[in-house]
Design a protein around this ligand. Sequence first.
Ligand code: PEP
Ligand code: MG
Length: 541
Amino acid sequence: MMQFSGKSVYKGIVLGPAAVLGKEEGPVRRSKIEDAQAEIGRVGAAGEQAKEQLQALYDKAVKEVGEASAAIFEVHQMMLEDDDYLDSIHNMIRTEMVNAEYAVAVTGDNFSEMFAAMDDDYMKARAADVKDISNRLIRILEGRGEADLTSMEPAVIVADDLSPSETVQMDKEKILAFVTVHGSTNSHTAILARMMNIPALIGVPLELDKIRTGMIAVVDGFEGTVTFEPDEALLKSAREKMEEEQEKLRLLDDLKGKENVTPGGRKINLYANIGSVSDVGYVLENDAGGIGLFRSEFLYLGRDSFPTEEEQFQAYRQVAQTMAGKKVIIRTLDIGADKQVDYFSLGQEENPAMGYRAIRICLKQPDIFKTQLRALFRATMYGNISIMYPMITSVEEVEKIFKIVKEVREELDAAEIPYHDPEQGIMIETPAAVMISDELAELVDFFSIGTNDLTQYTLAVDRQNEKLDDFYDPHHKAILRMIRMVVDNAHKHGKWAGICGELGADLELTEEFVRMGLDELSVAPSMILKIRKKVREMPLL
Ligand code: PEP
Ligand code: MG
């Protein structure tokens, strides 16, 4: 039996087999070789194996997501046969007498940089592909397995760390829990765990090579522990706890269909946060009144090129239709910072959280923004969609957004494409937006307070930095005063205000939020009924 402790980001308990995801290897080592021909032979054999893997991925993807989305695996197969690419690798092995892994890594980087610098958008997007095939070759050459996040059995995911693009590729039905060595409580993996009602432990001091895929694990989010190969006594108590949990959840079920109203008659809207179309199931299951935050950037993650207007339209339409007239607030692209996507070619930044991200990208690259806006406006015909803009710091940004929105509407009018007039609001997640919320309230229809970023920017604490978890205090007086100020300014102008950051789900603050007059809390679907219970039992209101 091996037991480790970590920080729990969702209180729940599960029992199941572990699936260990390979640790990201360090840079590829350069070594001298004697026999260039043999090394070139290794590249050839690895190429054949890579093509077989890609064919299997293609066949699976055709069945699951259709031919158009599977085509990327065919492109990768063709790239593996590209003469320029192979010549460069062979040449390097012959002239520098270096190992195959190193030659592939350097060629991959060179080609990827060359593609990224091209003007043509299609060629630019190939930069990520060439990196991808090179990494696949290196993994094979180094004898590491396929990093396949899509085809596993239900398991406790054990990893060094997980990026949003890794989690997005996983089949959520098959994740029982997350256990990671690194990661912060505010990371998107933690957010995902809360959304899916699954236990997650981060900052667990594991030696990954001691844990094998298939080992039985108990993840106890109440105690903050994970136990591999548990003994009989622990298994028995885990099973008992799991049953108790099930019973509590059954009691919460009785609250479905009931209003979020205090005994004194004060009401609050409880909406859910989602990251993808498939999350709508959790929203309905937990009886949320609407969707208060659809993080649309997840449509852009875990792929090699921009989602087209049509792909986005289909996603937004489907969510709006499934929610059948209930409010669906879709936030425009919030890429950057921890949500990195190769094909955006954002480049390295010293300080990405304060860098080129979210609305800044949309205002600087209006083509990307307009594609999304067109898809959103078209989807307004299919339900009750509102649009929300992230990371606002000034009145001028909102004016620029509305100018672009006007152009989009004119283009749609000219093409006789119908749309409804959606509510348009902004996220309040910078101290600047809080301080000018009186002016901003005149311009927009609603505010939704992003406490995750607001806390990071107000307290100067990087939300991704696990060393700072103790300093990341969303209960800080400064944050609570800011929330009150935003609500008051919204109400002065007849607008509504909600919270869509993680703090909205903090049961210790629910009463205070109702007193402040917040109109809405948008939280992980798993928290809806717990907050409803709290609201309905509030003594004084
Ligand atoms: C926030 O910052 O509080 C928020 C809801 O947005 P995200 O967590 O996606 O940055
Ligand atoms: Mg944010």
